[in-house]
Design a protein. Structure first.
Length: 294
C-alpha cells in the first residue's frame, strides 16, 4: 500500500479491463448476476483472514458509519458490477466501452454540481485528450462509426452503472475512517447481501452457471483481481489523489482492453489503437503531472 497512487489506479484498471473481456467472453456460460454475486463471495474469502484483525479493532467505527457503508456497498459492489454485466448481455462491446468512458466526465460534472469544484484549464485539456483517445479506439479511426451508434436497453443499464460508479467515487472520502481492508470487507458483504435476492430471481428464471473449468476460472479471476485487488488499489488511489484525477484513469480500461484482446483473443493491433493509447496517457500526464506543478 506504499506504492504510488497512480500505479495503484493503473493496476486497478488493468484488472478491470480483464474483467470486461472475461465477462463478455463468458456471458453465455455465466449469467450476469451470478458472476457479480460469486466474484464477491470469492473476494470476501480472500479478504476475511486479512481484514479480521481490523474488523475487530474498528468495529465501533464501522457501526457508527453504517449508513455510508450501506450506500457505498450498494453503489460500488452491487449496482455497478451487476448493471454492467446485465448491460453486456444486450449491447455490443463498442457501445459499452464508450458509455463506460463517460465515468470521468460524470465525476467531474457531479463534483461541480454538488461540491462547486472547478478544473484547471490544463486538467480540462487532459480530460479532453484522454477522452479523444478513447473515441479514437472505439471508432476504429473512423468518426462515422460514432454517428452510427444507437442506444438499446443494454446501453441504458451500462449508463446507470456509470452513474453508480461516479457517485461511489465521489462519496469515498465520506467513508468511515476504518482500515482499508475492514472497509472493503464491509462494503463487499453489503454488496453480496444486496445482490443475493436478484441472484435468486435469476436462478428462478432458469439461468444457471455452466459447469465448466472455463466458467469457474472466469469467476475466480473476477473475484481475485478486479474485485479483491482492484478495489483495494482503487480505494487507496482515490484517497491519495482525489476523485476527479482518479476518475481520469478509467480511460485506461479500454486501452488495456485492446491490448489484452490482442494477446488472449488474437485480435490485431491497428494504428488507431496506438494513437488512442498515446492520447489517453497524454491526458493522464497533463492532469496528474503538469497540473500538479501549477
Amino acid at each position: 500500500m506504499k506504492a504510488s497512487p497512480y500505479l495503484l489506479l493503473t493496476l486497478s484498471n488493468l484488472f478491470w479491463a480483464g474483467n470486461w473481456i472475461v465477462g463478455r467472453g463468458m456471458r453465455a456460460e455465466v449469467p450476469p448476476i451470478a458472476l457479480s454475486f460469486w466474484r464477491w463471495i470469492i473476494a470476501l474469502a480472500f479478504l476475511l483472514p486479512l481484514a479480521w484483525p481490523y474488523l475487530k479493532r474498528d468495529r465501533a467505527i464501522l457501526l457508527a458509519g453504517w449508513r455510508w457503508l450501506a450506500l457505498l456497498g450498494i453503489l460500488g459492489t452491487c449496482l455497478y458490477n451487476a448493471l454492467t454485466y446485465v448491460g453486456l448481455q444486450q449491447t455490443e462491446a463498442i457501445n459499452g466501452l464508450l458509455l463506460n468512458s463517460f465515468i470521468p466526465i460524470v465525476i467531474v460534472a457531479l463534483a461541480w454540481a454538488f461540491h462547486g469544484k472547478r478544473l484547471k484549464p490544463v486538467e480540462a485539456l487532459g480530460i479532453a485528450a484522454s477522452f479523444a483517445g478513447v473515441l479514437a479506439i472505439i471508432a476504429r479511426g473512423d468518426p462515422r462509426t460514432l454517428l452510427q451508434l444507437t442506444l438499446n436497453l443494454g446501453d441504458v443499464w451500462i449508463l446507470l452503472s456509470v452513474v453508480a460508479w461516479a457517485v461511489y467515487t465521489l462519496l469515498l472520502p465520506k467513508r468511515p475512517a476504518a482500515h482499508p481492508l475492514a472497509f472493503l470487507f464491509a462494503i463487499a458483504a453489503i454488496g453480496v447481501t444486496a445482490t443475493f435476492p436478484f441472484y435468486l430471481l435469476e436462478i428462478a428464471n432458469g439461468r444457471h452457471i455452466t459447469a465448466s473449468i472455463g466458467a469457474w476460472t472466469a469467476i475466480a479471476y473476477a473475484g481475485i483481481f478486479p474485485a479483491f485487488l482492484g478495489f483495494i488499489f482503487w480505494n487507496k488511489g482515490v484517497e491519495e489523489v482525489g476523485a476527479s484525477k482518479a476518475g481520469l484513469f478509467i480511460h485506461l480500461m479500454p486501452a488495456f482492453g485492446i491490448l489484452l484482446a490482442s494477446v488472449f483473443l488474437g485480435e490485431r493491433l491497428m494504428s488507431f489503437h496506438f494513437i488512442g493509447i498515446a492520447l489517453i496517457f497524454g491526458g493522464i500526464f497533463l492532469t496528474t503531472i503538469i497540473a500538479a506543478r501549477r
